[in-house]
Design a protein around this ligand. Sequence first.
Ligand SMILES: Cc1cc2nc3c(=O)[nH]c(=O)nc-3n(C[C@H](O)[C@H](O)[C@H](O)COP(=O)(O)O)c2cc1C
Length: 303
Amino acid sequence: MEINTTVKIGKLILKNPVMPASGTFGYGLEYKNFFNLSELGAIVTKGLSIIPVKGNKPQRLIETSSGILNSIGLQNIGVENFINEKLPELKKYKIPIIVNIYGKTIDEYIRVAERLSEVNIDAIEINISCPNVKKGGIQFASDKKAIKKLLYNIKKIYTRTIIVKLSPNINPVEDIAILCEEYGADSVSLINTLQGLAIDIIKRRPVLSNIYGGLSGPAIKPIALAMVHKVYKKVKIPVIGIGGIMTYKDAIEFLIAGATAIQIGSANFRDPLTCIKVIDGIKNFMKLNKIDDINLLIGTLNY
Ligand SMILES: Cc1cc2nc3c(=O)[nH]c(=O)nc-3n(C[C@H](O)[C@H](O)[C@H](O)COP(=O)(O)O)c2cc1C
């Protein structure tokens, strides 16, 4: 049986809806010896800033019940090093490249987007779960004015696909999704990590140097699914589902909830082949259930 797994996100055409989540797949090349990267729907890079960032001091990661808590601090090599050292090799895999970006100020976000508009990448994913230093550290994710300004300016300089990655720490997340759609985002992806805390009971100190961290992995899947479904009902732009996807079954749940595509994060640490296994699993599921087009699954939750 011939099956179609192609989905569209803005101007992007993905041959299947599976991609790694930012920050869990390096710059893509780190996984090239595990499988053929060309099999992926797209590559999503670690979040890039205008200059390289060292990130937080250790300890930056701890395993929790069904998840991990991280406070990496958005460590990255900076947009210029990415363009010079990683992009040429990444291009050889001939799959869409989505670059996740962030800044400490609106101007920094714009400068990263501007630099990326000069090279051949397919989409940017704007991570708005970052503290705005000019606003005393409050997150962009909760600042509607800042998001409007960000999108308005980025759209002027970056004409390919723009995805905004939403924070689950803001309520209700649908309001921010609607705002992003209104201001020209081609898609929203959700969820980023949920804020969490782990405590060393002997020292009575936080385990992570940064005190709080971001929770990811299977523990957050039901929350992510609910948010994806709520956002799907409110916007017309495609939604990318993220959060605790470990198997093809999890991925299918997200598609049924309304996600056009999905990203796999923490699962890559447990099994670097997860993305490939999920792609195969989705295809087998479609064949077994006589679904010839993946788009017939998206947003089909009965209730
Ligand atoms: C170690 C680590 C680093 C991450 N770095 C980024 C990042 O740079 N930019 C970003 O938007 N999200 C980042 N995330 C969030 C993931 O992309 C994803 O949204 C989150 O982990 C939920 O998916 P999961 O449950 O499949 O891991 C990171 C997550 C982890 C675990």
